[in-house]
Design a protein around this ligand. Structure first.
Ligand code: KG4
Ligand code: ZN
Length: 341
């Protein structure tokens, strides 16, 4: 039997400082997450400079806790995995510098991980037998991708957003209707009290009908226009109806394209990843569509959907097994693309 590979992974690309110990890419021994949400809520969104400073304050403590909770010592790990992009450059640099220092001091390999690849890998933790090929939909605050995962570490981007990410649209619309940050969970909750068919918000039309791309900025503008018109006419705004109608527009776009992607690649599995994968309407609508078309729909549990170190530990393992070793000169790449190194 092959020896277990233990990876200590560090994630600091946005507003969560996280460290995790993951065995063989699938078994999580610890997943410590220190969230900055309360701090950024005051500003209505993530303030990059504040995020970097908070990461500095907690990163070594979070890593230490991950090791302790896993019941191991730093010497027991086989490699240090770390997110090096995409994300906020200052925030990424904090985790990266810490990971590099640790790898050097312990004389262990460093494995740089793409944050999006991490989100996708959360599914390998949730579903122990999951193997490629499958279609993955990554929907987060910064990214919206439809990806065909041919093999471990091999991705083909089939569609992506041409402007705002799905989570970004949620956050912007939430702010417009006075719900605050982060908007996704708040719209999700309020929409349950509203009528999704109350307002018809448009879907972006592309010239190329076969495109699996997304666009959400027109939808966001349509919501803002609707709110402005109502205000100008001094009419009441039913915020729950706005939330539910907006959500229906986002979710139907995501679900339609995801189903088309499966058909195109002739696969019978869609794995969803990223913060918006926590959305209850997306979960239900996609599951229903999957039932109809005999497609299995996979969602990681909520804690694995939003940013966390365990997903980075899983992706780092598969990279490690492919032979990926990053130099100590590895730099943060804020706009790192999926499949690029
Ligand atoms: O993946 P994530 O934690 O961070 C990024 O890498 O961006 O995603 C955060 C995003 C935010 O835009 C947040 O509003 C959204 O995920 N989100 C949700 C829900 N929970 C988090 N969006 C819709 N419904 C939710 N329940
Ligand atoms: Zn993320």
């Amino acid at each position: 039997m092959e020896r277990d590979i233990k990876i200590l992974a560090i994630e600091s690309s946005c507003d969560e400082t996280s460290a995790a110990v993951v065995v063989n890419g699938r078994n999580v021994l610890s997943n410590i997450i220190s969230s900055q949400i309360d701090i950024h809520t005051k500003f209505g969104g993530v303030v990059p400079e504040v995020a970097s400073r908070k990461h500095i304050e907690v990163v070594s403590l979070v890593a230490q806790q991950a090791i302790e909770k896993a019941g191991i010592t730093f010497d027991d790990i086989d490699a240090v995995g770390v997110t090096y992009g995409p994300g906020l450059v200052g925030a990424l640099l904090v985790g990266l510098q810490y990971a590099k220092g640790l790898a050097y001091a312990l004389n262990k390999p460093l494995v740089g991980v793409n944050h999006i690849e991490g989100h996708i890998s959360a599914n390998f933790i949730q579903y122990k037998d999951l193997k490629p090929p499958f279609v993955c939909m990554v929907v987060s605050g910064g990214h919206t991708y439809l990806v065909y995962m041919k093999d471990y570490g091999k991705f083909e981007v089939m569609g992506q957003t041409r402007d705002d990410a799905a989570g970004e649209a949620y956050d912007k619309v939430a702010r417009a209707i006075g719900l605050g940050y982060p908007g996704g969970p708040k719209i999700d909750k309020l929409a349950k009290e509203g009528n999704p068919d109350a307002i018809k918000f448009p879907r972006a039309n592309f010239h190329d009908e076969s495109s699996l791309d997304f666009s959400f900025s027109g939808l966001k503008s349509a919501v803002l226009n609707y709110l402005n018109q109502k205000k100008m006419k001094n009419e009441d705004i039913n915020r729950a109806d706005v939330a539910a109608s907006f959500q229906k527009a986002v979710v139907s776009f995501l679900v339609d394209n995801a189903m088309k992607a499966c058909k195109l690649k002739n696969v019978d599995k869609i794995a969803v990843a990223g913060g918006v994968a926590a959305n209850s309407c997306l979960r239900e609508t996609l599951k229903n569509a999957g039932c109809e078309k005999n497609i299995e729909i996979l969602f990681p549990e909520i804690i694995l959907c939003t940013d966390n170190g365990a997903m980075i530990g899983s992706a780092a393992y598969f990279e490690y097994m492919k032979g990926t070793r990053s130099p100590l000169s590895l730099n943060a790449i804020p706009n790192l693309k999926l499949g690029e190194r």
